[in-house]
Design a protein around this ligand. Structure first.
Ligand code: NAD
Length: 302
């Protein structure tokens, strides 16, 4: 069992940290936000009063932070504050599970390695419910040896742990998967609105497409109209689920990767434009399948 510093105790991080502690690891958490601290104390997690004191005695440091900037600043330090890489014991294993850009993940890895540590990118899918129920899917970018070390730790928080290749490739898998998801959710929403205008009932389109070549998760699990899939967010006024703001963020990371590689991925870029507009409006906190409302009302373009 390891001594693990867990930094970032938000919607995802707190339940993940609790699952590690429940699995027998010694976990010390840290978060600068008072509300997150309150929730962590109430849940019985051991806390440190600074990131440095959480990390100083750890074998493993896990970060679950909002953006790549937060990760790099935490690793390298900012405004004269010591970075975690400076204070950790040599050979500490740094696992970043935040969703960040591929090039930021590679930069964070290079910083960690230069400071004498080991590092993995291990972003997740499965959302808050997956974090609570320890059913997350981890996509890991790491050397074979670091993956073998980290796997049992990740398995305490998730059901599926896939080694995607070298450092950065966990984030690459995450960004490619979420680009498929963003594009298909828009496609399904457009098809339902087109069907409505042509006089097709939602159920008839669902019955055909869910048994035909239009079948996909955005239709059969996250169906954007109420009725055909009773558990989908459309049945509860698009309460998330996966919020529009997070889809907009992830498609922004996909766009960065598209621009970095020069791939002719026009659908990915269009999906980001559509979700950015959705997220700038009332879609920020709604499930991303609520994009159907914007399409129906002609608000999907900027
Ligand atoms: P969140 O905003 O709820 O939590 C992030 C936490 O990090 C906050 O409590 C913040 O105070 C803390 N933090 C910021 N800087 C810190 C630092 N230097 N040290 C310690 N803590 C710090 O976000 P979340 O929903 O938990 O998401 C975390 C990451 O997981 C994001 O990158 C997100 O894109 C990704 N993700 C989220 C979901 C989801 O459904 N929420 C799903 C998959 C992936």
């Amino acid at each position: 069992m390891s001594t693990i510093a867990f930094l970032g105790l938000g919607h995802m991080g707190l339940p993940m940290a609790l699952n590690l502690a429940g699995g027998g690891h010694t976990v010390v958490g840290f978060d600068p936000m008072p509300l997150a601290v309150e929730a962590a104390v109430a849940a019985g997690l051991t806390l440190a009063d600074s990131a440095v004191s959480a990390v100083i005695n750890a074998d493993v440091v896990i970060t679950m932070l909002p953006t790549g900037r937060h990760v790099v600043d935490a690793y390298a330090g900012r405004d004269g504050d010591a970075g975690l890489l400076d204070v950790a014991r040599p050979g500490t294993v740094f696992i970043d599970s935040s969703t960040i850009a591929v090039d930021e993940a590679r930069h964070a890895h290079a910083l960690a390695e230069a400071a004498g540590h080991r590092a993995l990118d291990a972003p997740v899918s499965g959302g808050v419910i997956g974090a609570e129920q320890a059913t997350l899917a981890f996509m890991v970018g790491a050397s074979e040896a670091d993956f073998a070390f980290a796997r049992p730790i990740l398995e305490r928080m998730g059901r599926r742990v896939v080694h995607c290749g070298a450092p950065g490739l966990g984030q690459a898998a995450k960004v490619c998967n979420n680009m498929i998801l963003g594009i298909t959710q828009v496609a399904v929403a457009e098809a339902f609105v087109l069907g409505e205008r042509l006089g097709l009932t939602h159920q008839a389109l669902f019955d055909v497409a869910s048994n035909a070549t239009g079948r996909c998760w955005a239709l059969t699990t996250n169906c954007p109209v109420p009725g055909p899939v009773p558990s989908s967010p459309a049945n509860r006024n698009f309460e998330p689920g996966f919020a529009g703001a997070l889809m907009s963020k992830d498609l922004g990371l996909a766009r960065q990767a598209i621009e970095m590689t020069g791939v002719d991925a026009r659908m990915g870029i269009l999906a980001q434009d559509i979700y950015r507009a959705y997220s700038d409006g009332d879609g920020s906190r709604k499930d991303f399948s609520g994009i159907i409302e914007a399409i129906r009302e002609g608000r999907a373009r900027r």
